[in-house]
Design a protein around this ligand. Structure first.
Ligand code: GDP
Length: 195
């Protein structure tokens, strides 16, 4: 698949405000600062499509990007964002859980983890949700340009062990800087939406 067009379509704050229609969608999730906006921008080759700044207003909602007029990439709010008010944080869990559980257009989830860090409790919890809801999943390990090959291998083991990553869930090494892993992620997305 070649990504030819990508446009921001809308921000949703609950399931009701998600786009209507039957277009399939793939969600991207991860803790704040993991590199989610950078990955999204790299996938679609548009520098400014998803914001690479942590503006609470938009990052605490669900953002829909229409790709090739045919499917959505969905930017889920980053978790573990320190500076958002408590009442916004409290909404994150129920909103995202409801989305994962009930959104029938959702065909798969790409969970992002930073190559330099051991997955947090929230990362582990989120991955468990994906298993619980039986969603097709893949893990993108971000910022791989920041470590040596040796260090990366060590981190991969830590990440897989912490998440108890299932064999059927692919893990992709990604760098928004070099573009490493981009094609592989696009292939995974393609497979998930059954194109
Ligand atoms: P988000 O909060 O998950 O959307 O994260 P951003 O995409 O805004 O990235 C957070 C920070 O990490 C920014 O300073 C990015 O420039 C940086 N970053 C993101 N991806 C990469 C990457 O692949 N390599 C490097 N070196 N830096 C990255």
């Amino acid at each position: 698949m070649k990504i030819i067009t990508a446009e921001f379509e809308k921000t949703a704050v609950d399931l009701k405000s998600c786009p209507a229609g039957e277009r399939p969608e793939i969600a991207l999730a991860g803790r704040s600062n993991v590199g989610k906006s950078s990955l999204l921008n790299k996938l679609v080759n548009r520098k400014g499509l998803a914001r690479t700044s942590n503006t609470p207003g938009r990052t605490q909602a669900i953002n829909f990007f229409l790709i090739n007029g045919g499917f959505y990439l969905v930017d889920l709010p980053g978790y573990g964002y320190a500076r958002v008010p408590v009442q916004v944080k409290a909404k994150w869990g129920p909103m995202v859980e409801k989305y994962l559980k009930e959104r029938s257009q959702l065909k798969g989830v790409l969970q992002l983890v930073d190559v330099r860090h051991r997955p947090t409790e929230q990362d582990i919890q989120f991955y468990r949700w994906l298993l619980h809801f039986g969603l097709p999943a893949a893990v993108a390990v971000t910022k791989c340009d920041k470590l040596s090959r040796n260090q990366i291998n060590k981190q991969i083991k830590i990440i897989k062990d912490a998440l108890e990553l299932k064999q059927e869930h692919p893990l992709v090494l990604f760098s928004a800087l070099s573009g490493q892993g981009r094609d592989e992620i696009i292939n995974i997305i393609e497979e998930m939406i059954g194109l």
